[in-house]
Design a protein around this ligand. Structure first.
Ligand SMILES: C[S@@+](CC[C@H](N)C(=O)[O-])C[C@H]1O[C@@H](n2cnc3c(N)ncnc32)[C@H](O)[C@@H]1O
Length: 230
């Protein structure tokens, strides 16, 4: 699988995730130096979920992000187009749906909130994914995007860039079932828009009141938005 096909072909992306599914959770925790748990907690809190609300966790993968959301008492459904990732999360007891982010198998306005963690960067047509998320959300409903971003402290940014390009592929070779996939992931993080540019894309794709908050010095950012009332 080439880098070029991952940039253009959703099937190549789904196969890549099928290939890393078996050791995805472990690799994630090792490579984020254990920070992934705090980022998931922050995402749940930013969504402000209430018991009984309906929430879509898009690009949920092994549902590791979904089970954190379910702690709120909301009804949380995990959706992903990698059946291998969903299957690797079979012991996580949340509803799971196979589906493409750009053609979601849900009606209009059915969710109180939608969220996507470390997934939007991998959706080949990001804007189409954001518009679909807006379509399935009720007017007034909430969006939280949790994604790698641009560190906001210059020295830290240099160290982080070195980590991404050198240490991360080495760590992936030691723990992942498909190390090449992590080279692609490191490159995709570097190519991703910074906080302000992503906020503009979200606002141009059907969301209002878009803002963001940095986590871990901007390594990750949480972008929030609302579906306009009309
Ligand atoms: C890095 S994983 C994130 C998994 C999980 N949300 C987490 O926080 O660990 C990215 C996921 O995005 C999914 N994905 C990428 N493009 C997608 C699309 N067009 N539709 C549905 N899922 C997609 C991949 O299959 C993969 O499981």
């Amino acid at each position: 699988m080439s880098r070029a096909s991952l940039d253009k072909d959703p099937h190549a992306v789904a196969s890549m995730f099928d290939g890393v599914a078996r050791r995805y959770d472990l690799t994630n925790t090792v490579m984020s130096l254990g920070r992934d748990r705090a980022w998931r907690r922050a995402t749940r809190k930013a969504l402000g979920l209430q018991p009984g609300e309906k929430v879509l966790d898009l690009a949920a993968g092994t549902a590791v992000s979904t089970v954190e959301l379910a702690k709120s008492g909301a009804w949380c459904v995990a959706a992903d187009f990698s059946v291998g990732m969903l299957a690797a999360g079979r012991k996580r007891y949340v509803p799971k749906v196979a589906g493409d982010a750009t053609k979601l198998p849900f009606g209009d306005g059915v969710f109180d909130a939608v969220t996507i963690s470390f997934g939007l960067r991998n959706v080949v047509d990001h804007a189409a994914g954001l518009r679909e998320m807006a379509r399935v959300t009720k007017p007034g409903g909430r969006l939280v995007v949790c994604e790698f971003s641009t560190p906001n402290v210059p020295v830290f940014a240099t160290v982080y860039k070195e980590y991404l390009m050198r240490a991360l592929p080495a760590v992936a070779r030691a723990v992942s079932s498909n190390p090449e996939a992590y080279v692609y992931l490191a490159e995709s993080i570097r190519a991703w828009p910074d906080q302000a540019a992503l906020a503009e894309q979200i606002a141009a794709s059907g969301w209002s009141q878009v803002s963001w908050r940095n986590l871990t010095g901007g390594i990750v950012a949480l972008h929030t938005g609302h579906k306009p009332l009309d």
